[in-house]
Design a protein around this ligand. Structure first.
Ligand code: ADP
Ligand code: ADP
Length: 224
């Protein structure tokens, strides 16, 4: 069984058909790039696969379990423990330092403050932003903030990371640093990554690429 599979996904927002029968699968530990023009349905696909949005038609299965049939409580637990998300603007909490942002998921998981801070420091180091531990997101560069957001998404050891244009707001050097950090950590921990990007250089980091057009997956290829 694939780790994550969407089949025949259909989703409308009022008169807009965001998905018209999109099918995609993500294998364990695989890095899959989802490309396609703006408005082709990439984000909607990600939202459906991550259980954030329910499709109108079609199914999403995670490790063989239908997400749409899970009780809300189990679904939110799954999202918290097995899924990590990173968006274009990392969604770090602006009032918290980098260290506190990264420690937060561990505190929510029940670790003591001291343990959470120790591990958060290690993860900042791993992503090359230890020196920014005491800074708030607004005091960091875009690339540093995204690497902090990645550390926060990966620190709990998720099975899947959903990344929606994680480098969308970055220049090419910062993009490269973010992608290198993401790919390195995902490989090391066997984490699968669903990566939305419109940047061919970013897509080249993936094992495979699927291209969307008009709400459906239209082409599948091997990258690099
Ligand atoms: P196999 O698993 O047998 O190697 P492939 O990976 O070549 O098969 O894909 C089998 C079929 O599924 C092909 O039609 C391909 O286009 C499609 N496919 C492969 N990977 C994906 C994916 N991640 N999402 C959607 N369709 C895919
Ligand atoms: P992409 O990520 O490829 O740019 P999206 O999935 O964001 O595509 O959007 C697909 C289509 O659905 C677009 O026409 C978009 O405007 C529309 N859409 C997406 N989300 C919403 C929403 N929450 N409300 C209304 N329309 C939406």
């Amino acid at each position: 069984v694939p780790l994550l599979e969407g089949r025949g996904l259909v989703k409308a927002y009022g008169p807009t058909q965001a998905l018209r029968g999109a099918s995609v699968r993500l294998d364990e530990g695989e890095i899959l790039a989802v490309t396609g023009t703006s408005g082709s349905g990439k984000s909607t696909l990600l939202h459906c696969l991550a259980g954030i949005v329910g499709p109108d038609e079609g199914s999403v299965s995670y490790a063989g379990e239908r997400l749409d049939r899970l009780p809300e409580k189990r679904l939110s637990e799954l999202r918290r423990t097995e899924f990590g998300v990173v968006f274009q603007f990392g969604q770090l909490i602006p009032e918290l330092t980098a260290l506190d942002n990264v420690a937060l998921p561990l505190l929510l998981a029940g670790l003591t403050r001291a343990d959470a801070h120790t591990r958060a420091g290690e993860w900042l180091e791993r992503f090359g932003v230890r020196g920014q531990a005491g800074l708030r997101p607004g005091e960091m560069s875009g690339g540093q903030a995204q690497r902090t957001a990645l550390a926060r998404a990966l620190i709990t050891g998720p099975k899947v990371v959903f990344a929606d244009e994680p480098t969308g707001a970055l220049d090419s050097l910062a993009s490269e640093q973010v992608m290198t950090a993401l790919v390195h950590t995902a490989r090391e921990s066997g984490t699968a990554v669903l990566l939305i990007t419109h940047d061919a250089q970013v897509a080249a980091y993936a094992d495979r690429e699927v291209r969307m057009a008009d709400g459906a997956v239209v082409a599948v290829g091997v990258t690099a």
